[in-house]
Design a binder for this molecule. Sequence first.
Ligand SMILES: [Zn+2]
Length: 151
Amino acid sequence: MDSVLNAPLEHLVALSRAKPEEQADGPEPLVPAAEVLELLQQEVNRIQRSIRLTLQGKLQDLVGRSMGSVEHNRALAAAIQSMLDQHGFRIRCHQCGHPAILRLSPRKGIPTGAFVFDHTIDGRRTFHGGSATVPPIHLLAKPERKSRSQR
Ligand SMILES: [Zn+2]
């Protein structure tokens, strides 16, 4: 049990959740710590949700717009994406619903470039969409890494 003190907090929480029936026997301190962390996580989630909704609302002003050139549209897509990255958000693909990155891609027939959804589906990088203007924006939380939640 002495190594527990050095364990990452996530591990600590998982540990105390995994063996609820042993809590009565052992020392108590793990439980309150886990509760503190859980409350903190809830608070962070709430703030994160608030940021997501605010950002999503503001970004609606850009929907349907084009900056008039490939260069400017690329800069716009990059600016939107970097803002989303900063807060750990992804944009929802209209075609398949997966979390995606917004990019501008050169496309025949669209001289100002096409806004596309860039994502990995079944292990393959895939592009969906392709509109001349900024598509409707629905934000999602960036998916968690598998190693975290599936242990
Ligand atoms: Zn898609």
